[in-house]
Design a protein around this ligand. Structure first.
Ligand code: UFG
Length: 327
């Protein structure tokens, strides 16, 4: 198969690209490198540019016989989206609009979309099911939900097949240590704690310890980035064999508090890591835990690296050997 991966130089994108290459698939990457790293990719055809560049999209679709698209390219920071909602609508909704329009024009009928648990907002039930209400509490989740709906209506009108994958908290790195997570600025908990372990930060701020959870800190469902990569491949295969339009949660179904994550990082790194409680961060739900039963049953997805210690170990292997990231 030939698979076009938009945003393939980013964190989850690059791990998915590597996974697809390991399955001997042909991968083409389109990325504007605003957040991604060219150094995360090798041995593939690369187009640098934006999804709003329709001439570039024409070139990509004309030069390649594409069987499926995996669409990651997006802005993905909850806090930033609260300050710059229009940037999120432009980059996420408008960018996807152009990609989907070209996919329909060139008869590329299969698209796997990178969605998020942020589409649910503050959950009513734990674990969260795909059928639960979607009431996003920030523009980021709102733009991802708008795209899910764009894909649903495009399925009905044009026969465009799609699978939306709602990730919970992506973490970890390539188990073989070839690539990893490198964001600027970093806002995610695990890499921040590992940077503190490396002495690159003074310590870690715990955003609130007065949530209605056992230790008062927020609970998240951490999922290994390579398990996410596997799910994308299964989703492409499902679209090619059965078509359709569907949504799946991707998580481990297990929650860990911020304090538990910090303790696991201390254990893995064998470093003292200072942590202090600071005020809550706006827009953080107390608890997000997935039910991924549907992905297990319908995609045949089985996460391989489901222990938090393994996830942190793989992240640490990369961070401790790439202190400057891809620089
Ligand atoms: N946290 C801290 N200190 C930090 C950083 C984070 O206490 O320095 C806390 C956060 O408040 C939150 C938890 O650690 O309670 C996890 O925070 P992350 O920033 O790592 O992840 P989020 O849960 O905010 O968001 C991530 C993705 C989103 C996605 C969401 C879905 O970044 O894109 O998971 O669960 F929507």
């Amino acid at each position: 198969m030939t698979i076009l991966v938009s945003g393939g130089a980013g964190y989850i994108g690059s791990h998915t690209v590597l996974y697809l290459q390991q399955q001997n698939e042909d991968v083409i990457v389109l990325d504007n490198l605003s957040k991604g790293h060219r150094g995360a990719l090798c041995n593939l055809k690369f187009y640098e540019g934006d999804l709003t560049n329709t001439a570039l999209l024409d070139k990509v679709f004309q030069e390649n016989k594409i069987n499926a698209i995996i669409h990651f390219a997006a802005s993905s920071l909850v806090g930033e989206s609260m300050e710059k909602p229009l940037d999120y609508y432009e980059n996420n909704v408008l960018g996807t609009f152009h990609l989907v329009k070209k996919a329909v024009e060139y008869n590329v009928n299969n698209i796997v979309f990178s969605s998020t648990a942020a589409t649910y907002g503050e959950p009513k039930n734990i674990p969260i099911l795909e059928t639960d209400p979607t009431i996003p509490t920030n523009p980021y989740g709102e733009t991802k939900l708008a795209i899910e709906k764009m894909l649903k209506w495009s399925h009905e009108a044009y026969g465009l097949n799609s699978i939306c994958l709602r990730y919970f908290n992506a973490a970890g790195a390539d188990p073989e240590g070839r690539i990893g997570e490198d964001h600027t600025p970093e806002t995610h908990l695990i890499p921040i704690v590992l940077e503190a372990a490396l002495g690159q930060r003074d310590g870690v701020k715990i955003f609130g310890d007065d949530y209605p959870t056992l230790d008062g800190t927020c609970i998240r469902d951490y999922i290994h980035v390579f398990d996410l990569a596997q799910a994308h491949y299964l989703a492409v295969q499902k679209l090619i064999s059965d078509g359709g339009c569907d949504v799946f949660n991707l998580g481990n179904g297990q929650g860990f508090s911020v304090k538990e994550v910090i303790d696991t990082c201390r254990k893995v790194t064998q470093k003292e890591i200072k942590a202090e409680v600071s005020p809550r961060r706006g827009g953080d739900p107390a608890q997000l835990i997935a039910s991924a039963e549907k992905a297990h049953n319908k995609l045949g997805w089985k996460p391989q690296y489901d222990s938090l210690e393994t996830i942190v170990q793989h992240a640490w292997n990369w961070h401790s050997t790439h202190e400057e990231g891809y620089e």
